[in-house]
Design a protein around this ligand. Structure first.
Ligand code: ADP
Ligand code: ASP
Ligand code: MG
Length: 404
């Protein structure tokens, strides 16, 4: 007998038939003798609609109220899933984040889980009940509802698996596992049987949204065995495991892209010590995370500072810089939301030169201009115009020999 967490993503609970199908999968595991806890996302599209309503009222809305709104999608599916399970003859009940409770910090909209008080769930599971936990949501220090950032129910599932001491955390989604790149834009993408925490972490952090970055971070830290698999088929999925469990190490394990980037250029700031601290200090104070950065110095002693932020932070980034104009001298701010970050990831890069050169050459051969570059030990990322996303991903996938 094992203890399992089964998490169903948006498409896997996208309508009543899908919820019924998911409930049957849960029943199978329960009938096989396992103790199961379920975590659900909102129905596909529901969270986008809720976010859009908040945006329509105000781009700079109160993040605490945003959380109250967007957490509601998971309340619906947790109740529906509990009903579906009961209909299948499985004893079940729904749990909202605050009821368990799933305690988080107060960074509304992107809160971090601090602790899950799982004792009651463990007792109920031992007595044969399946808890259906609303993913994505928790409760902050001020007793207000928090959410964990887009894709956050993956993190709810892994955190719950850790708190329950589960044997495995199964993430059911709409593709058969983790692929060498997004199978929806590259038909030649190959499914991986296994991927290391480190590579998965890097892929997730540069945009492979099949797992939320924090869920991988947490799985790695707590050593939770994660399996990504499809709720639409019985094909074997991908196991996310320690590097020592991977036999064949590839030079490049995958290509990811992120459309969630927006480019900001602060033009003609004085080229002197302290200017970067002023610009990025103002952004930090506004809770804006900055991703890629480049600085170009001109002959006249000024510099252009270009960086990227997530699209959600874009209005706040611009507002924060304009508000700080009194003590940050700049000529103008130019913005461009039509950009995509494309990244090549692989642990093999630690020991092999030439990965970046291949990337630049491949893009040059397709006349794709590179706007910003950033690298880490096992990753190279470039920023390109959004219209080249598919072309760039497919060309790189072929160039690194990843095509299936
Ligand atoms: P869910 O609602 O189940 O959480 P998501 O949409 O968040 O599903 O994540 C699954 C999607 O991730 C897939 O439909 C696929 O388009 C995308 N994806 C991006 N990169 C990858 C990758 N390397 N492997 C698998 N899927 C990927
Ligand atoms: N429903 C939330 C979202 O769409 C959380 C999730 O699906 O993981 O971001
Ligand atoms: Mg997801």
């Amino acid at each position: 007998m094992s203890r399992l967490v089964m998490k169903f993503g948006g498409t896997s609970v996208g309508d009543i038939d899908r919820i019924r199908a998911a409930a049957r999968r849960v029943r199978r595991e329960v009938e096989a003798g396992h103790e199961v806890a379920v975590v659900v996302s909102a129905m596909a599209g529901a969270t986008n609609q809720l976010v859009a309503w908040c945006q329509a009222l105000s781009a700079l809305h109160d993040a605490r109220e945003y959380d109250a709104v967007v957490a509601s999608g998971e309340q619906v599916t947790s109740g529906l899933m509990a009903i579906a399970l009961q209909t299948e003859g499985v004893e079940a009940r729904s749990w909202q984040g605050w009821q368990i409770p799933v305690r988080s910090d107060d960074a509304h909209g992107k809160a971090r889980i601090e602790r899950i008080e799982a004792e009651t769930l463990i007792a109920r599971m031992a007595a044969g009940q399946v808890p259906v936990v609303a993913g994505f949501q928790g409760i902050g220090p001020n007793q207000r509802i928090t959410t964990f950032g887009r894709g956050g129910s993956d993190t709810s599932a892994v955190a719950l698996a850790a708190a329950l001491g589960a044997d495995r955390c199964d993430i059911y989604t709409d593709v058969e596992g983790v692929f060498t790149t997004d199978p929806r834009i590259a038909t030649r993408a190959r499914k991986l049987d296994r991927i290391s925490y480190e590579e998965m972490l890097e892929l997730a952090s540069v945009g492979a949204k099949v797992l939320q970055t924090r869920s991988v971070e947490l799985a790695m830290k707590e050593r939770v065995r994660v399996q990504v698999l499809s709720s639409f088929s019985d094909a074997p999925g991908t196991l996310v495991v320690g590097e020592e469990e991977i036999v064949e190490k590839e030079l490049v394990s995958g290509i990811a892209y992120s459309r969630d980037e927006a480019k900001v250029t602060v033009r003609r700031v004085p080229d002197r010590p302290g200017v970067a601290a002023l610009i990025f200090g103002a952004l930090a104070e506004a809770h804006v995370n900055v991703d890629m950065i480049v600085q170009n110095v001109a002959a006249d002693g000024t510099t252009d500072m270009t960086f990227t932020v997530s699209r959600a932070d874009f209005p706040r980034a611009e507002a924060a810089l304009r508000a700080a104009h009194d003590h940050i001298p700049f000529a103008e701010i130019a913005t461009d939301p039509n950009v995509t970050k494309i990244s090549v990831v692989g642990v093999g890069m630690r020991s092999h030169a030439g990965v970046a050169a291949t990337m630049f050459k491949t893009l040059a051969d397709r006349s794709i201009n590179i706007q910003v570059i950033s690298t880490s030990e096992i990753k190279v990322s470039v920023l390109v115009a959004a219209e080249y996303t598919e072309l760039a991903v497919r060309a790189l996938h072929t160039a690194y020999g990843l095509d299936g």
